[in-house]
Write a protein that binds this ligand. Structure first.
Ligand code: NAY
Length: 291
């Protein structure tokens, strides 16, 4: 797992016009991202619309991507679901097809107790030999420091994807847990801050559409060029904030299309945008570029 670092897109899942998983388009997106030298792939998470899909559909995406990537970059599979049994099934599948790591949000909806959450992670982490990256994200309910530290003691739990804005907590965790425990910062508009705190990489939505900019931010941080890093992050953040005024998962498909790759359709209730509905966004992009 120490080899999994850098700029990792939480990959979009590509559906066709009938909302079915589109294998051909998925392969094309993988090629596009590999050409742009991303450092890995994170599948069927929030950006990948994992919770809008059946287990079989999620498996199809995982198989498609793992086969296409063919070992050139690490693939992390988000196997989180609302209950342990479903997650174990997805974890076993990820292991069997050759993924490099699994990751999961805590179980949600019923507001499970900390003991429930601990048991969930223990069960799914023990289900395969793969490293497990636990996932702190407001959408599923944030876990506190104490629970995260307890989970980090579990044998296969090797990392944390931290998609909260409390970078004080994240930096503190990195300090306590040390080099061998990987922490990935998950908030794209705070990637500079995340990397500057010594995390091992960034996993997020916007690395599907502009990985180069974030690779440059990462490089600036690694070289100690902090002024440059902050300047680049400001540009990135302006673009992200303009995008967040829309269903950004859908909007990113248009952004990818503008770069020559057909990124297909979203699943309802997410929307799909015609380019003609995005004039305001395009104007915002132009203004950011002109600066
Ligand atoms: C995933 O599982 O798809 C992620 O990595 C999610 C990370 C994203 N956070 C959420 C809540 O979806 O990339 C971020 C986020 O889209 C970005 O920072 C814009 O706010």
């Amino acid at each position: 797992i120490e080899a999994i670092s850098g700029v990792i897109p939480a990959m979009l899942t590509l559906f066709d016009e009938n909302e079915e998983v589109d294998v051909k388009r998925t392969e094309a997106l993988v090629d596009f991202l590999l050409k742009r030298d991303v450092d890995g792939f994170y599948l069927t998470g929030s950006t990948g619309e994992g919770f809008l899909m059946t287990g079989e559909e999620r498996k199809k995406v995982v198989e498609t991507v793992v086969h296409r990537v063919a070992g050139r970059k690490p693939v992390i599979v988000h196997i989180g679901d609302i209950g342990t049994k479903k997650s174990i099934d997805l974890a076993k599948h990820a292991y069997e097809v050759g993924a490099d790591a699994v990751s999961s949000v805590p179980p949600f909806y019923w507001r499970f107790s900390e003991q429930n959450i601990y048991n969930y992670y223990k069960d799914i982490a023990e289900a395969t030999p793969l490293p497990m990256i636990i996932y702190n994200v407001p959408l599923a309910g944030l876990m506190g420091t104490e629970l995260i530290l307890k989970l980090s003691q579990l044998e296969n739990v090797k990392g944390l994807k931290f998609t909260g804005k409390d970078h004080d907590q994240m930096g503190h965790l990195k300090e306590i847990l040390g080099e061998k425990f990987m922490i990935y910062s998950g908030c794209d508009e705070m990637s500079f801050s995340g990397l500057a705190l010594g995390t091992d990489g960034i996993i997020g939505s916007f690395y599907n559409v502009m990985p180069e900019l974030f690779k440059e931010i990462n490089q600036a941080v690694q070289r100690g060029e902090l002024t440059k890093g902050v300047r680049l992050q400001k540009i990135a953040t302006e673009i992200i904030l303009a995008a967040l005024k829309y269903d950004y998962i859908a909007l990113m498909r248009n952004m990818i299309k503008w770069q020559g790759v057909d990124a297909g359709y979203s699943r309802r209730p997410f929307t799909n945008y015609k380019d003609s509905e995005l004039d305001t966004f395009k104007e915002a992009l132009r203004q950011i570029k002109d600066k």
